[in-house]
Structure formats: structure tokens, C-alpha cells
Design a protein around this ligand. Sequence first.
Ligand code: ADP
Ligand code: MG
Length: 238
Amino acid sequence: MGRITLDKVTKSFGETEVIPPLDLTIEDGEFTVFVGPSGCGKSTLLRLIAGLEDTTSGQIRIDGNDATQLPPAKRGLAMVFQSYALYPHMSVRKNIAFPLKMAKMDQVEIDRRVDNAASVLNLADYIDRKPGQLSGGQRQRVAIGRAIVREPSAFLFDEPLSNLDAALRVGMRMEISELHKKLATTMIYVTHDQVEAMTMADKIVVLRAGNIEQVGSPLELYREPRNLFVAGFIGSPK
Ligand code: ADP
Ligand code: MG
């Protein structure tokens, strides 16, 4: 499960409409990338899906159910934040377990899920360390682990690699793609980086000032950009 549908969704802050009426379907299991220049509404759109912002109008459906009014915790989605959102005084195990503790889950089940996430993310050897004793990449994996243990129907990433250095970013891109293959769960990934979009996406959504300029696979966008904005942004020769 993890099919997300936006039907005429809009978002205004005061008088300013940052998302004009927008329709979009994200298929179950798909790796979708929202790409576009800074300020085009990528984070706002992701936060609307997560429930961290209220829509001004329109409907959001998750697996066929109307989720427009649901609070974030009831949507079955997990937002992956940048690694600096980790608690420095807690071990890796406690950081990963934190959302489950908050949900008052049974400790045996918490341990099972944390061990599973640590194994998927190759963190088992670091489980008792504090974030300060980890590399940047390991810290980012802990942040992802905190999402995995919730067993969400979709993962939402907002520029998770933007505070990592270039070499590490390339490695983490591959790790996240690998994770998508392992889990086969819907992922929505926000970035302003064209290379990230082209290398990671099943489907790219190109945004400009809150409008969807084009939706397609990396190859479709490269071969058939609908306009000069998409061509320029994707780096297509057209
Ligand atoms: P992106 O993530 O693509 O850089 P954002 O979604 O953060 O863009 O922002 C889109 C637009 O909405 C920007 O013009 C931004 O200034 C505005 N915006 C975002 N959040 C708020 C807010 N809480 N209040 C007012 N304006 C906002
Ligand atoms: Mg943003």
C-alpha cells in the first residue's frame, strides 16, 4: 500500500497562493522525485502530503481513503528529516526507537523493529553509539531508521542529503535507491538537484512556482521535455 492522490489541492499563505490547483497521483511502490528551483513549493507540497500543513482546498487520498483532515501521525507516512534532527544524548538504538516509544509500543516489538532496521541499514555495529560518534552518512542512516521502524506506507524525504559533502551525497543516493529496492515502499523525494532527480527517480515531477510543468520518467523528460523550462532544468539538449 502507498498510493497517494492529490485532487485539486491548493495552498495559500495569507493572500499568496503558493500551490495553485494541483492534481497528482503517486503509484504504490514508486520512487517519485519533486524537483524544481528554490521556492517553487516542493517542501510545501511534501508537508501537505505529510499533514504538517493544512490544505487550503482540495483533497488528499492515501490508499483510497480521504486523508485531507487526518493529523500526521494517522496518515501512515514517515517523513525523513536531515540527520541533525537526531538526539545527541541518545544512543542509535534509542534514537531509532524513539517514535515507537512515543506511540507506547510493546518493548519486544520495539526491539524487533529496531534490530530489523539496523540490519537493513548496516547499523548493527553502531547501535550503542551516540550520534556524535558516527560519520555523516551513518547519522543519516539513523534518521532513515527512525522512519523505517514505523513501517510506513510511504517515506517522504525533504532534501535529506543537502548538508552532506559531495562525495558522501553520491554514496547516500545509492543507499537510498538500494533501500527502495529492498523495501519496495513508495518514496517521495524532494530535491533541487537535477542529478539526484535523474539518477534516483522512477517518476519526476517538475515544479515551477507551485505548478507541475511535467511528470514523467527521467528518460521521457530528457527525450521529450514539454518546454524550455523543463529542458533547461533537466539538462536536455532540446
Ligand atoms: P521549496 O521547498 O521548493 O524551496 P517552499 O515550499 O519552502 O519551496 O516555499 C514555497 C513558497 O511558499 C515560497 O515562496 C515560500 O516563501 C512560501 N512559504 C513557505 N512556507 C511558508 C510559510 N509558513 N508562510 C509563508 N510563506 C511560506
Ligand atoms: Mg524546500
